[in-house]
Design a binder for this molecule. Structure first.
Ligand SMILES: *Cc1c(COP(=O)(O)O)cnc(C)c1O
Length: 228
C-alpha cells in the first residue's frame, strides 16, 4: 500500500522529466502538488517520508484537520471552491490559494491576511472553455477582477489556474492551456510577480507541461481512485 503510493509518485516524476526533456523545460521549475483530498493523513505522511513536501486539498475543513496531524514543514495549497466563512481555516496555513474568482472571496482573504499580518499569494481561476458547469471567471472578466484585487491590501496575484473539461481531446487541451499561458504572458508584461500557471491533472498534465504549466495538481495517479 505505502510502496504503491511512492512508486506512483516516482513514476509521475519520471514522466514529468521525460516531458520536460521533450519540450526543453527544466523539471526543477515545475511544482508537483500531490492532491490528497479524500485520502487519509497516513498517506500524506507516507509521501512525506518519501521526501515529498507539496500537497493540495479542496475542502477547507479537511485541510485544517490534516494540517493538525501532519508535519509542520509541508507546503499546503488550496484548490477548492472558497466559502467565505471558512477562509479562517486557510490563512495563514496555505502558501497559495489557486481558486479565487469572486470579489467577496478575495475581499475576505485580504481582510484575514491583514489581520494575520501576512501577504497571501493567490491565483485567479479562469474558466477558459466557458463550459457552464466549470468554476472560475470568464476570460473577458479577468482584467477587471485583477484591477479590483489590486486595490486590496496584503494579497499578491501570482498567476492563473484552470481545469479543462474531462472530455476534451488533445487539440482542445492544447488550446485551453495555451490560452491560459497567453493570458499569463500578457499580465506578466506589466506585473513581473505574475508567473504561475496552475494547470494539468492526472489525465492531462503532459499537455499542460508542453503548454507551460508551472504547477501540476495530481491526485488519483498518485493516491488511487477516490471514494466519494
Ligand atoms: C481533485 C482535483 C485535482 C486532481 O485530480 P486528479 O484527476 O485526481 O489528478 C486537480 N485539481 C483540482 C482543482 C481538483 O479538485
Amino acid at each position: 500500500m505505502q510502496n504503491r503510493i511512492c512508486e506512483n509518485i516516482n513514476k509521475i516524476k519520471a514522466e514529468i522529466e521525460h516531458t520536460c526533456a521533450k519540450c526543453s523545460r527544466k523539471p526543477e521549475n515545475i511544482k508537483l502538488l500531490a492532491v490528497s483530498k479524500y485520502f487519509p493523513a497516513e498517506d500524506i505522511i507516507t509521501l512525506y517520508n518519501h521526501g515529498h513536501r507539496f500537497f493540495a486539498e479542496n475542502k477547507a475543513q479537511e485541510l485544517r484537520d490534516k494540517i493538525k496531524v501532519t508535519p509542520e514543514d509541508i507546503e499546503w495549497h488550496f484548490i477548492g471552491s472558497i466559502q467565505t466563512n471558512k477562509i479562517k481555516y486557510l490563512i495563514p496555513n496555505v502558501s497559495l490559494i489557486h481558486s479565487v474568482s469572486r470579489e467577496k472571496e478575495i475581499a475576505e482573504i485580504s481582510k484575514k491576511a491583514v489581520y494575520e499580518n501576512i501577504i497571501q499569494d493567490f491565483l485567479i481561476e479562469v474558466n477558459i472553455s466557458g463550459e457552464e458547469s466549470k468554476s472560475g471567471l470568464n476570460p473577458d472578466k479577468v482584467k477587471k477582477f485583477a484591477d479590483y484585487c489590486n486595490n486590496l491590501k496584503n494579497i499578491r496575484l501570482k498567476g492563473f489556474m484552470t481545469m479543462a473539461p474531462f472530455d476534451s481531446d488533445e487539440k482542445e487541451l492544447h488550446k485551453i492551456f495555451g490560452s491560459l499561458r497567453n493570458m499569463r504572458d500578457e499580465f506578466n508584461s506589466y506585473d513581473k510577480n505574475i508567473t504561475e500557471l496552475s494547470m494539468g491533472m492526472s489525465g492531462d498534465f503532459k499537455i499542460a507541461l508542453e503548454e507551460g504549466a508551472t504547477i501540476l495538481r495530481i491526485g488519483s495517479s498518485i493516491f488511487g481512485t477516490r471514494n466519494y
